[in-house]
Design a protein around this ligand. Structure first.
Ligand SMILES: *Cc1c(COP(=O)(O)O)cnc(C)c1O
Length: 410
């Protein structure tokens, strides 16, 4: 929508690019353009816009085609997509969706064909697992689960799986925070591609838990980064959204053609809200990560805590190596396994005064849930025990949160 100013640092760029106040009657912040259809500047411009949106023509550098219809595109989506790019290291294009699942579904439908195989790390988000195992299989796509964090086994699977087209990594895994090595998967994918003298399998990373602030998959060789924008990008637990980003704009262009068809673009109001939240993503995530680290490290030795899952407390040498190689900070999620199983976990949830018992994560408020009976119910995972509680730490004062957790444990 407006000129980009090259050479600026990302926290400046997020506030200055993609928006021209003259197009919002001089308003210093973007207006909300709640329109389903747009008036063409000429019949020729309409013809050109349709050639572009259908993929029959490619835009010239700097070309600003007329807007057509809000299922294809609208100003608030364009502003958001432009402004999120500088936050993701290495990204050159972004595409917004009406949920994280819409972003993941569209990515898989764009790049997979019947007969292809997808490798995916487990544990993975429940919706993603259902999509692959319960739905894509019936469309002729084979899904093979690989255990998160098993670096060598993952490399082997990438090298030896026939018809491998997509590798989908979610790291860290939820709720155990097991980390998967993105760089090693990217290298294995490249090797696999040249060994078969074809395109390397496409590496996608669900970066919802640590990105865009603490983990940068495109720098590590991933092709596509996926988000539930519902979480940290939005940050206030008040909207559902999703995003995909890539260094290669062609990948995003291909996804756009599918989004036009599926009709899963995010609405103008939500795009406007999300764009307003972008300049504070790093501030919120940094504060929440510092809070979580202080609380997790203090609660870990508590006699009622059997096990604490948090990246700064990793003991496994390979997990420590991956953490140090690909994460700037440990993030704002931890899980704790309580002595006393389900009754202990439920009593803990009942006794909390500040933290809310709710699923989801990434909000400014602290949320706590019992994965075994909620987010991970129906899934068999040995680490998701009766006593496990997952915490998404917010930006409250950490001392108040710690006191709340301690009184609930007492
Ligand atoms: C929440 C979440 C999703 C799904 O996103 P929605 O916005 O709820 O559709 C996908 N992946 C991860 C890691 C998530 O936490």
């Amino acid at each position: 929508m407006a000129d980009e100013k090259p050479g600026l640092r990302s926290s400046t760029e997020v506030l200055t690019r993609g928006f021209d106040p003259r197009l919002s009657v001089g308003s210093a912040r973007p207006a909300v353009f709640r329109s389903s259809t747009y008036v063409f500047s000429s019949p020729e411009a309409a013809e050109r816009a349709f050639d572009l949106v259908a993929g029959r023509a490619k835009p010239q550098p700097g070309e600003q085609p007329d807007l057509i219809y809000s299922r294809f595109n609208h100003p608030n989506a364009e502003i958001f997509e432009s402004q999120i790019v500088p936050l993701e290291n290495g990204a050159r294009a972004a595409i917004v969706f009406n949920s994280g699942m819409a972003a993941i579904t569209t990515a898989l439908f764009t790049f997979l064909r019947p007969g292809d195989t997808i490798l995916y790390t487990v544990p993975i988000y429940g919706g993603t697992q259902s999509l692959i195992e319960g739905f894509l299989e019936s469309w002729g796509v084979k899904g093979i689960a690989i255990q998160a964090g098993e670096t060598e086994a993952i490399e082997n699977a990438i090298r030896t799986t026939p018809n491998l087209r997509v590798i989908l990594i979610e790291t860290p895994a939820n709720p155990t925070l097991t980390m998967t090595d993105i760089l090693s998967a990217a290298r294995a994918s490249k090797t696999a591609g040249s060994a078969r003298s074809g395109e390397p399998p496409m590496l996608m990373v669900d970066n919802t838990l640590l990105g865009p602030t603490f983990q940068h998959p495109l720098d590590q060789g991933a092709h596509l980064v996926l988000y539930s924008a519902t979480k940290y990008l939005s940050g206030f637990s008040d909207l559902i959204g999703g995003v995909a980003l890539a260094s290669d704009p062609e990948l995003i262009r291909k996804m756009r053609l599918k989004r036009n068809m599926f009709g899963n673009i995010l609405q103008p109001d939500e795009c406007w809200m999300l764009a307003s939240r972008l300049p504070t993503v790093r501030l919120r995530m940094n504060r929440a990560s510092k809070n979580a680290q202080r609380i997790a490290e203090r609660l870990a030795p508590h006699p009622k805590v059997r096990k604490m899952y948090y990246p700064s407390l990793f003991k496994d040498a390979d997990q420590i190596r991956i953490r140090d190689a690909q994460c700037d900070f440990p993030g704002a999620m931890f899980s704790l396994e309580l002595n006393g199983g389900k009754p202990a976990a439920f009593n803990f949830l009942r006794r909390l005064h500040l933290a809310y018992n709710a699923v989801s994560l990434g909000g400014v408020e602290t949320l706590v849930c019992h994965p075994k009976t909620t987010t991970h119910s129906g899934l068999a995972d040995a680490d998701v025990t009766d006593g496990l509680v997952r915490v998404s730490v917010g930006i409250e004062d950490w001392r108040d949160l710690l006191a709340d957790f301690e009184q609930a444990l007492a």
